[in-house]
Design a protein around this ligand. Structure first.
Ligand code: ZN
Length: 99
């Protein structure tokens, strides 16, 4: 699978770290722990078009919102995540050595 980073161009999937659903971008405020836990961890697993978060770990270190079809593996859209340098995404940055 190839993902076209808006900043780096087409890249092999192995350069990009899969994080999970884009639900992490809409963390509910003012909810109790159980509601936040359910929002982040209890989800459906539908077949078809999904929008997920990926981190271009071996490239520009940008957070990407990737829209793809899980049935055909077609990547439909890749967009930079606005405001990814702060907030919850800054805390979720994968640890470890990049290249
Ligand atoms: Zn990139």
């Amino acid at each position: 699978m190839r993902i076209t980073c808006p900043l780096c161009g087409p890249r092999d999937r192995r350069e990009v770290y899969y994080y999970g659903s884009d639900d992490y971008l809409t963390l509910p405020e003012g909810q109790d722990f159980d509601a936040i836990d359910a929002h982040l961890h209890l989800r459906d697993n539908p077949a078809g078009v999904l929008r997920d978060l990926w981190y271009h770990e071996a490239g520009c270190t940008s957070w990407l919102a990737v829209t793809r079809n899980t049935v055909t593996h077609e990547v439909l859209d890749v967009a930079l995540v606005e405001g990814a340098g702060s907030g919850i995404l800054a805390k979720m940055k994968p640890q470890g050595d990049a290249l």
